[in-house]
Design a protein around this ligand. Structure first.
Ligand code: 5GP
Length: 201
């Protein structure tokens, strides 16, 4: 038996791959943390979600999201094409099933960046998934961050803040909770969880 660092390339658990879920309230910094994780670990496969939200400036269809209309989204639900889905602040978001299942069966490590109710659904279908909850240092700081990034109109900001309060309460349901106070420290803590040493032999 030996202790090795699990790198995500050399898969230790047969050829099963792994599912990692990054969740937490809107504005907590999940997107930026995810981008750094993907830059630093290109072996991780990011699952691109479908959404009915309109693209923000600079967002690209097929890269950030698949931007679809409500009828298309409803079709995806009806055809069981989504692994999970949720309505969030007036729009629908969902994880396309096929790429995730394919990559995991190929032994890849797949990462989802999704809101809390979707992360709960994943716990039902993939109980072995690693589910990481990112918390803000305080609700006041979260509000500041959402307002400062100025991505959304006031009505959307209000919806996101309301939603954030209920989401934060759910934190203890998840495997790991990390407070995003210092970006680099938070990133390292996430990496420590994902690339934890495993026992093989
Ligand atoms: P945004 O509109 O800011 O891009 O995303 C709003 C929220 O939806 C964020 O918390 C984001 O993590 C979440 N989200 C993005 N994609 C998905 C998805 O496929 N499923 C679920 N349940 N939430 C998602």
């Amino acid at each position: 038996m030996s202790l090795v660092l699990d790198t995500g390339i050399r898969v230790m658990n047969g050829n099963k791959g792994k599912l990692i879920v990054l969740t937490g309230p809107s504005g907590v910094g999940k997107g930026t943390l995810l981008q750094s994780l993907l830059d630093r670990h290109p072996q991780l496969y990011f699952s691109i979600s479908a959404t009915t939200r309109s693209p923000r400036m600079g967002e690209v269809d097929g890269k950030n999201y698949y931007f679809v209309d409500t009828a298309q989204f409803q079709n995806m639900i009806a055809n069981h094409e989504l692994l999970e889905w949720a309505e969030y602040a007036g729009n629908f978001y969902g994880t396309p099933r096929k790429p995730v299942e394919e990559k995991i069966s190929q032994g890849r490590w797949v990462i989802l960046e999704i809101e809390v109710s979707g992360a709960r659904q994943i716990a039902q279908t993939f109980p072995e998934a690693l589910r990481i909850f990112i918390l803000p240092p305080s609700v006041e700081i979260l509000e500041q961050r959402i307002r400062n990034r100025a991505l959304d109109a006031e009505a959307a900001i209000e919806k996101r803040l309301l939603q954030a309060e209920t989401e934060i309460i759910a934190a203890q349901e998840f495997d790991v909770q990390i407070i995003n106070d210092d970006f680099t420290e938070t990133l390292e803590k996430i990496e420590a969880q994902i690339f934890a040493p495993v026992i093989v032999g």
